[in-house]
Ligand binder design. Structure first.
Ligand SMILES: NC(=O)C1=CN([C@@H]2O[C@H](COP(=O)(O)OP(=O)(O)OC[C@H]3O[C@@H](n4cnc5c(N)ncnc54)[C@H](O)[C@@H]3O)[C@@H](O)[C@H]2O)C=CC1
Ligand SMILES: O=C(O)C1=N[C@H](C(=O)O)C[C@H](O)C1
Length: 269
């Protein structure tokens, strides 16, 4: 085995999948060794480069993750919760670092990932960007510094195709805010206000989601007090940002002990 890890991209035709294929291919310290799509997808059996509308690469898209993972040291996975949970078992068997960007996971899904992480390295984050991970730390600090006179609300906006809400990032920010404020994340959680909701409950953290057009990802954490408001904001303007974070995680994980890590571990924040 060379020192350059072989990387598989799961969901290779997706918005993030295609970005990952480009970034892994261009990276000097890793090699793309596999591209996986769902069974029945048009790309199965096609040359990956040709399927992406560029030069042939000699790498063929498969619907068999087990086959793709043979000889791989890492798999980068931005797909769906069920696909990610199933893949975690295969990645652990292959002792490959499993980098997970997939959002919309349930508590049960996460327990299954924890089980797989007893045997392999998993790095999972609802947002792989440096900016958002730094913002979680700032959010925690601001929430701890301000008292309950400042109401906390998280507002996020994404493209029309996004299927989960609130976004993984909004949940990361909300967890950080709850921790800083000393609140229980689940007990403080209020989403989807509609109709006669009554006045805002003290000690709650609200989540609002906007969906439209091609918005890549925007997040505000609002601290609203009497006569003043502090807004912590992150705007993503290029999906390459998330892909580069995932590549960093795949390299970082190569010499780590089995465990379920986050981007805070990767970035040392
Ligand atoms: N953590 C982060 O930084 C980021 C996370 N995301 C998350 O990544 C996920 C994917 O987002 P998008 O790329 O926008 O979605 P997408 O729908 O464009 O891509 C998902 C891809 O997975 C493929 N797929 C479905 N079943 C599969 C299977 N059994 N095997 C292999 N591939 C399969 C689909 O065909 C599709 O191409 C979402 O959960 C999203 O929230 C997105 C951007 C950044
Ligand atoms: O689905 C997306 O596109 C994104 N999903 C992630 C999330 O749920 O927070 C990260 C980013 O905002 C883009």
């Amino acid at each position: 085995m060379s020192n350059i890890p072989g990387i598989v991209v799961m969901g290779a035709s997706g918005r993030m999948g295609q970005m990952l294929v480009r970034e892994v291919t261009a990276h000097p310290k890793m090699k793309l060794v596999g591209a996986v799509e769902r069974a029945g997808h048009d790309w199965i059996g096609q040359d990956l480069g040709a399927a992406m509308g560029s030069q042939p690469t000699g790498l063929y898209v498969t619907d068999d993750p087990l086959e793709a993972m043979a000889g791989a040291q890492g798999v980068i996975d931005f797909t769906t919760p069920q696909v990610t949970v199933d893949l975690s078992v295969i990645a652990a068997q292959a002792r490959a670092v499993h980098v997970i960007g997939t959002t919309g996971m349930t508590d049960t899904d996460i327990e299954k990932l924890d089980a797989a992480a007893r045997h392999a390295v998993i790095v999972r984050a609802g947002n792989m960007s440096l900016g958002v991970n730094l913002l979680t730390q700032l959010t925690k600090q601001v929430a701890a510094a301000l008292d309950e006179e400042f109401d906390i609300e998280v507002v996020e906006a994404h493209h029309r195709h996004k299927v989960d809400a609130p976004s993984g990032t909004a949940l990361m920010l909300g967890e950080a805010a709850a921790e800083g404020r000393g609140l229980d994340f689940k007990e403080s959680y209020v989403a989807a206000r509609d109709g006669i909701t009554g006045a805002r409950a003290p000690g709650s953290i609200g989540y609002s989601a906007i969906r439209g057009g091609d918005i890549i990802g925007e997040h505000d954490v609002i601290f609203a007090g009497a006569g003043e408001r502090i807004v912590l904001r992150h705007i993503a303007s290029d999906r390459a940002l998330f892909a580069r974070g995932a590549l960093k995680a795949a390299l970082w994980g190569q010499d780590k002990m089995p465990g379920h890590y986050s981007m805070l571990d990767v970035l040392g924040l």
